[in-house]
Design a protein around this ligand. Structure first.
Ligand code: SF4
Length: 353
């Protein structure tokens, strides 16, 4: 997919780059050198590819975005979480987050769309709907800019839980995943990659059909359809039962246990009966539960339940024998909630006008 009239250099295989080189009147081995810079050294700026002739570097820069994306801003929170605001080639913006973990682990959280068509009512990213899909090259540039920000360090884990419903941008996401896991390109294990979905059924089926060991996280947020309807509007909301049947299919096809993401919202989905039903469903469908204490973004109709309610909710699930973890959102104090940094910038700009 082209953006602002150009394709992206990142993502091409060595074979494609050799073909491009010969088609441009260069020796084929130059394509292998370019692939080496990208996939071994994390370099895509042609001016840094020191063993290429100057004319070839110029040609590369003219032909491709290399890169098309730049870091426009960054916020850091006390726990070391860093959020980058990325400006795309056409001026749109997305966010990616670098999340440190125990044992010196590093996780990147990537976006897949500019805005989001699902428009979950508690989410800043979905407020304005979808602006456009990201190209595979843009998703890969997010990954690369994260590596540069981390001091040329590759992440241990990748999660697609940033802005957007990735499975609604299936072809570009699948192409990016292919480049990330191809041993000749970035060579990451699919088991270290998690794709999150709001439960978009047609995309879940296609994702299962890839037959790869990616992790799938389903943002369920409610264990019954009536409560879910208060959080996720039509037409992109599917029945809980059908989503979980599709999760069964994923487990069968990919051999990976699915995670049910559940954002706890005060007075909405935090009753003991919600916990009991959620635990029952998780056990029935061999899924893990990840509870997320809602990150209050200021204003809005939702709030985080008190600590004792959160702890009791977790305990009910654990006592019922389901696998449960609790994530207290990191970086709340630095606009690290999904979509906030981007929104802050846009609102700032509008005020300037
Ligand atoms: S929570 Fe995810 S799916 Fe829902 S609007 Fe936000 S980005 Fe989209």
């Amino acid at each position: 997919m082209k953006v602002a009239g150009k394709n992206f250099l990142i993502g091409h295989t060595a074979l494609e780059l050799r073909e491009w080189a010969t088609g441009s009147g260069e020796a084929a081995f130059r394509g292998g050198q370019i692939a080496g810079w990208i996939y071994r050294n994390n370099v895509i700026a042609p001016e840094e590819m020191k063993n290429l002739p100057g004319a070839l570097r110029t040609k590369l820069a003219e032909t491709f975005h290399a890169p098309g994306t730049a870091v426009a801003d960054e916020t850091r929170s006390g726990d070391g979480t860093r959020k980058l605001l990325l400006r795309l080639a056409d001026g749109e913006t997305v966010e990616m987050v670098l999340i440190p973990g125990g044992d010196d682990r590093l996780t990147f959280c990537l976006s897949t769309q500019v805005g989001c068509p699902v428009r979950c009512r508690f989410c800043a990213s979905g407020r304005d709907g979808l602006i456009r899909n990201l190209a595979a090259g843009e998703i890969l540039e997010e990954y690369l800019l994260g590596i540069h920000a981390a001091g040329n360090r590759r992440p241990d884990n990748l999660v697609f839980m940033g802005i957007g419903e990735g499975l609604l941008n299936f072809d570009e996401l699948a192409a990016a995943l292919e480049a990330l896991t191809d041993p000749e390109r970035f060579g990451m294990s699919p088991r270290r990659i998690t794709v999150s979905t709001s439960g978009y059924l047609p995309g879940m089926r296609r994702f299962a059909e890839l037959g790869r060991e990616y992790n799938l996280a389903i943002s369920l947020h409610a264990s019954d359809d009536a409560t879910r309807a208060r959080l996720i509007p039509d037409p992109l909301r599917y029945p809980v039962e059908e989503i979980l049947a599709e999760a069964d299919h994923y487990l069968e096809r990919a051999g990976r246990m699915v995670t049910l993401e559940y954002t706890l919202l005060r007075g909405i989905n935090d009753r003991p009966s919600d916990a009991e039903r959620l635990a029952r469903l998780a056990r029935l469908h061999h899924a893990k539960i990840n509870l997320i204490a809602y990150n209050e973004t200021g204003g809005g109709e939702f709030s985080r339940p008190p600590r004792n309610v959160i702890e009791n909710f977790e305990k009910i699930i654990a006592d019922a024998g389901a696998h449960v973890t609790l994530r207290v959102e990191r970086g709340g104090e630095s606009a690290a909630a999904c979509g906030q940094l981007r929104r802050m910038h846009r609102e700032g700009k509008e005020k300037e006008k």
